[in-house]
Structures are given as C-alpha cells and as structure tokens.
Design a protein around this ligand. Structure first.
Ligand SMILES: [Zn+2]
Length: 200
C-alpha cells in the first residue's frame, strides 16, 4: 500500500468515478455555487453516501491522503460527514476514534464525554462537502478551542476557498473538478453556456 504519493496523481480510483457517474450521483456541466465559484462538477449530495460500497471507497481514498499523519481522532461537524468519518477512521492505521458534533442552538457542539478524544490529540476534520466553508470554519475553532491539534481538513469536494483559517482543505474530487472563482472560470472563458445556478 503506497504510503506517499505525488499530489498530481489522482487519489480517487476510476471505479469510484465510474460508479458515481453511472448512478447519476456525479454529473458534468457548468455550475455556479453560492460560494461564488464555478465548476464542471455537480454532486447529488443527498444520495452521495447512500451506497456503503461507494462510501467505503471514498473513505479509503480520503484516509490514504492522511496515512502518514499519525491521527488520533477524526471529527465531523455534520451528520453527513459523520458517516464518511467512520470510514476514514476505519481505514487509518492504527484506526482513529470518531467524534461528531451534535447541533445545539444551531451551533455544532461536542458532548463533554468526548472532549478527551479532542484535547491534546491530533485531529482530522472531515465533512462530506464544504460549500461555503462557514460550518467547517466554526468547527475548526471549536476543536482548536477544546485543545485539539487540527492536522488537516478533508471532504469529498470543496466548493470554496482552498484554505479554511490557516488549514489547506483536501477535496477528493477537486483534483479532477476544481471550483474556480467565477472571474477565472475556464468554462466561462471558453464561451460555455450560462452556468446552472445551484442553490447551495
Ligand atoms: Zn463559469
């Protein structure tokens, strides 16, 4: 199993892409997101993690990116990210613990009994998708505030800035489908038809 890899090499194997396309979970076109960015990618976010076979493969691909980071805990701000976080933690060696936030008054909260899995630990933050970065930004502050050392941020796809706070975001599908600021969108530059507005 490769422990290091060139960042230009796609982390996501073709069978996952073929699966996502065949099942209509991934469509290609020209899309505008609320982050202000454009992309050739659109994902069916409701069904993206519904198939455990595909979810496990995507979790493995994310874990592979962070194999060498000696992670103790994988933490997620959302219920969607929590399902993915289980797979990522399972494939890390040694396996990591999983912590996910429960919303209270609209804010992600970590149950006090789980704080020992965060304080003084090396933590990877995982969500399924990062659309505006606001949720993950708040979660990063929460985890850091509890004494966790945030080692990385990962998601299936990142529709916004390539960093949150000072942390670079690893978007599994961004290697193939970047989210460009509208002003530098290569699809617009190539004269593509108007982007389809995505309401999130
Ligand atoms: Zn565009």
């Amino acid at each position: 199993m490769a422990r290091t890899m060139d960042h230009r090499e796609s982390t996501l194997d073709r069978t996952i892409l073929d699966h996502l396309k065949r099942d209509g979970l991934l469509t290609e076109g020209h899309f505008a997101y609320r982050s202000g960015r454009h992309s050739a990618l659109h994902l069916d976010r409701d069904r993206l993690l519904a198939d455990p076979g595909a979810a496990s493969r995507m979790g493995y691909a994310l874990a592979k990116r962070f194999f060498n980071d000696h992670l103790h805990t994988v933490a997620s701000p959302s219920i969607w990210g929590a399902g993915l976080a289980q797979w990522v933690a399972y494939f890390l060696d040694p396996r990591a613990k999983v912590v996910y936030a429960t919303p209270r008054d609209g804010q992600p909260t970590i149950a006090p009994r789980l704080e020992s899995l965060i304080a003084g630990q090396r933590v990877l933050l995982i969500d399924n998708l990062i659309m505006s970065g606001a949720t993950m930004g708040r979660f990063d502050e929460l985890i850091t505030g509890l004494g966790g050392e945030v080692i990385g941020i990962g998601a299936l796809w990142n529709a916004t800035e390539p960093t949150i706070g000072t942390e670079p975001v690893f978007g599994l599908l961004n290697e193939l489908y970047e989210a460009f600021p509208a002003a530098s969108c290569p699809l617009c530059a190539a004269g593509a038809s108007e982007p389809v507005e995505i309401p999130y």
